[in-house]
Design a protein around this ligand. Structure first.
Ligand code: ADP
Ligand code: ADP
Length: 219
């Protein structure tokens, strides 16, 4: 569960990015985070995974106050969360397989388990047949799916996706959204930031709308 209690974030230059934000996303829920560029979407996500700290209020993840975590406890938090970015952030000099394996290698998992989990993850995103390719050999949509495979390889309970379809056309965007819905149906909590209203129009998930740092919950 993700809970914001009267959270405010002011950047060091004095820019107020989030103001008095409160909401709860239940475990297993899926929601969209909308708002214009600069509305505070990335900031909100970065607060959840501990990449930024709130100036005021509390950010709770499964009941744990993220901002009170010590540096050495951060890896625990990161393991619960799968993070997906617009520009996938793949290592271009590593194969698809190695890119997805990285989180498990960092955790020191046994080789056999790494092999099994990476294969399972790539299978989920439909890229098992491309595991020996390098990212440059893949289309934009495929690269984004590698990023998703890397995000789920740790079996996180929460997926945060920051404009994951920002660089993709309509068809590919729908495919990516469908993938997130499948994870959500398997019990994963999903929060996806987007300003593509057309993409989410007919979906029935909750919408958290940010307007210049203020939250307007639409449903
Ligand atoms: P969004 O993801 O909705 O585009 P952001 O969370 O990136 O919005 O940004 C919210 C506001 O905070 C913007 O005005 C942006 O310029 C500002 N901002 C974001 N990151 C920083 C930073 N590291 N330092 C200063 N200001 C920032
Ligand atoms: P195993 O438990 O042996 O890893 P699973 O079939 O349960 O095998 O999962 C295979 C892979 O699929 C996982 O490593 C993970 O990448 C992904 N996965 C499974 N369940 C979930 C889930 N609920 N959310 C996200 N990814 C999942």
């Amino acid at each position: 569960m993700i809970e914001f209690q009267r959270v405010s974030k002011v950047y060091s230059g004095g820019k107020s990015a989030l103001q008095n934000i409160s909401f709860t996303l239940l475990s297993g829920e899926m929601a969209f985070l909308t708002g214009h560029s600069g509305a505070g979407k990335s900031t909100l996500m970065r607060l959840i995974c501990g990449l930024e700290k709130a100036n005021d209020g509390k950010v709770l993840l499964n009941g744990i106050d993220v901002s009170s975590l010590r540096r050495q406890d951060m890896p625990f938090l990161r393991r619960t969360i799968g993070m997906i970015f617009q520009d996938h952030q793949l290592l271009m000099d590593h194969t698809v397989y190695d890119n997805v394996a990285i989180p498990l290698i960092i955790l020191g998992k046994p080789a056999e388990e790494i092999k099994r989990r990476v294969s399972a993850s790539l299978d989920k995103v439909g890229l098992l047949n491309k595991m020996k390719f390098y990212p440059i050999q893949l289309s934009g949509g495929e690269q984004q799916r590698v990023g998703i495979a890397r995000a789920i390889v740790n079996r996180p309970t929460v997926l945060l996706a920051d404009e994951p379809t920002g660089n993709l056309d309509d068809k590919l965007s729908k495919d990516i959204l469908k993938l997130f819905e499948e994870f959500n149906q398997a019990g994963v909590t999903v929060l996806m930031a987007t300003h593509n209203m057309g993409l989410i129009r007919r979906k029935h998930h909750r919408i958290l709308h940010l307007n210049q740092g203020f939250l307007e919950v639409k449903n």
